[in-house]
Each structure stands twice: as structure tokens, then as C-alpha cells.
Design a protein around this ligand. Sequence first.
Ligand code: SF4
Ligand code: SF4
Ligand code: SF4
Length: 409
Amino acid sequence: MAIAPRYGSMPDKRETLLIEKTMKTDGDYAESLSSEKFPLCQSDQWIVEHTSDGYVLHRIRRDIRKVYLEVTTRCNLRCANCVRNTWDEELADMSTETFNRVIDSLRDLPELREVYFGGFGEPLLHPKIEEMVRQVKSLGVRISMSTNGTLLTEEKTKALVDARIDRLFVSMDSTQAQLFSELRGGANFDLVVENVKRIRDIRERKGYRMPTIGLEFVVTDKNIKDIKNLPSLAREIGASIILLTHLLPHNEQAARQIAYGGNNIEIPRPEGWAIMAGDYVMWGTLSTPRSKWGAYRHCRFVNDKGIVIAWDGGVSPCYALMHSYPYFVFGERKRVKRYLLGNVNEKSLSDIWTGEEYVLFRSKVQNFRFPSCVDCGANCDLRQNNEDCWANSPSCADCLWAQDIVRCP
Ligand code: SF4
Ligand code: SF4
Ligand code: SF4
């Protein structure tokens, strides 16, 4: 069999290599790949992907950069559109055994940059959250967390600041007390605002620049007019990042509240703002989501080398596939089935990451080999089960994250 590398012959730094077939064969191509005709580094391991044109070689690398960690699926609030209202999964905390397995796995990741405490639940409800943050921080990585902001007591906030958490994102879906409470499952706006100010004050008393405070705002037709008020609230409470995302509706009522897809929807882009952080002046940034379905698709989870670990140790490629639940995409109801690639209680993260199934899934997502359901127009029920007409299961064909319509920090 003759194999010709498409891009030169010294792929020592490349993660993937395309090989075109120059002759049809049923033979043992693995032998040919390591022959002198094709000087691959012998010490490397590669996974071979068959394609219609030839082969793609994927270098096996333990190059996870970001880990999203769901330490609990419990929450103290009951937001009307919470995904947890629609699933029949357990509401539980990550056990100490599972967390210890996670820590062991993280030690074995040479390129790890960030651990993000998030997922579907309130991380601050976990009884050992402060200790968990300290243990992860001792690995020398950046730590971020999403919280609903209601449980940031003085004691917890001091512990997080002392553990040198780097970024704290607080859900802030309105600048008006009544609407905030309506959208945030009865949460008290004034309490959350005071809690965020306390992070800033403790940070300043200690002379730290961190944590950076971010506000997460889920845009709907109910609060879109409120966006213009966000920078002044952010300035007042010491937040330097505002992340806007559209709503991922989990019920029919919420599906009618989306603020994307229509022709007249325009997300306001307010001015930036300056805030003090220690001796520094920081310029606040507000980032906006895309509001229409488009041709360009890009998965931040896969392309940024992220991986998601659920409370029970189950490993998935992204938030979208980490649980089984229903949601609506442009009014179409679909049901996602949890997609697991392993469990940290049984295998290390690097073994899961370098497993053939995961490597080939990432390749498919990086090259976005999926159809585009939203603008297809066919009356097809495959997408309702998160499958598609190109035989993908799970499918990313109508993923709102890949469109940057739904986002997370
Ligand atoms: S704060 Fe988040 S996890 Fe808690 S109920 Fe609301 S949406 Fe669900
Ligand atoms: S799965 Fe294929 S046929 Fe069905 S909606 Fe998506 S693109 Fe269209
Ligand atoms: S494209 Fe969407 S469903 Fe696919 S891996 Fe990325 S976030 Fe998950």
C-alpha cells in the first residue's frame, strides 16, 4: 500500500495528520504507517481514523486544558426554567472518594490551566466546597466558579478569597429587584448585591486583585431592556465581566420567552466601565451572544480542550451532553440523552480523554461533520432524539452552544 502524507513528512508537532490513499488496499496499513516511507516518530502513539478519502492520524496527547466540575446537582433555589425541574436524575453531592479520584486525575494533566466549578447545581451548597477549592488550587491552576450568589456568606467568601479563587461568576438576570426574584426562583436581589459587594470589599482589604467578579445574564424577552443598566450595576458592585447568554428553554413557557431567532431582536451594547481592583484600574467588558442561526459553528468545549465531570464522576464532552433532559431549539422540543465517555471512578481522565471514542468524537466536532437542522426545513424526528441524518448519535447538528447563542464562562 502506498501512503502519501498530504502535508509534508515530518509531523512531529502536529496533533493530526491526513493521509490520502493513493492505492486501494485491504491490507494492514498500520505496518505501512510506521515504515521508513512515512517517518512518524516511533515513540508516539496514534489513533487511526478511517475516512472516505484516506486516513487521519490523531496523536495521543493528554492535553486537557480546562475541566468543568459539577460538585453537586442540589440547589437552594427553584428557578422556573431550571433543567433540574425536567429530569429524573438524582440530586446529590460529589462524594469524597470521587473527588479524590478527580484530584488524582488532575495531577496527571501536564497542560491543565483551569478548573471551573459549575454544572447544574449550586457549588456553594456542597459541604466541603472550600476544601475542594483549596485542594484544586494547590495544583497551581486557575479556579473559576459559577454561583447564584445567595450563599456567599462572609465566612464562605473569606474562605474562597483566601483560597485565591481567580474568577467568580454570579447569576444576575435583572437589575430590578422584583424581576430578578421572578427570574431567579425567589432569590433576594438586595442580598445578592450585598454579597457581591462583600467579595469586592474582602478582596480589597486583603490587597488582592482576584477574584475577578463576573455577572452572568440570561437574556429573555422579559429582561432584554435591562441590559443597558448592567454596566452601572457592575461598576457599583465591583464586577469587571458581564457575560450575556441566551436562554436554553426547558419548558414551553420558557420557549416562548427566547430573544433570539427573530428579525427585530437587537441586543443593546452598552459602554464599558472602569472599576478599581487593588491598586489597579480595570476596564469592564461585556460580551454578547449571537442571536441568529448561522453557518459558522464552533464548539468552545472541544476546541478549548475542555472536559466535563458530573457529580457522580461521569465524564462528558460538554454541558449540553452531561445529563438527560428535554429542551427547545427554535421552538422544537428535543430530548438529550446523557453521553458518557467514562467515569473517573473507573479510569483516569487522561485515559478517558485519549480513548478512541473520545478522540474520534472530538475530531468530528472540530471539523463539525454534522448537518444543520435548524435551517434544513425537513419534517424529521431524528433531531428530537439528538440524532441526525448523517448517522451521528449524539448529534451536534442543532447545538446552540456551537452557535454561540447559549454560552457559559
Ligand atoms: S440557580 Fe441554577 S441550579 Fe439553582 S434553581 Fe436556578 S437555574 Fe437551577
Ligand atoms: S437530521 Fe438531517 S433531515 Fe433531520 S432536521 Fe437535521 S438536517 Fe434535517
Ligand atoms: S457542539 Fe454542542 S453538543 Fe457538540 S460537543 Fe460541543 S457543546 Fe456539546
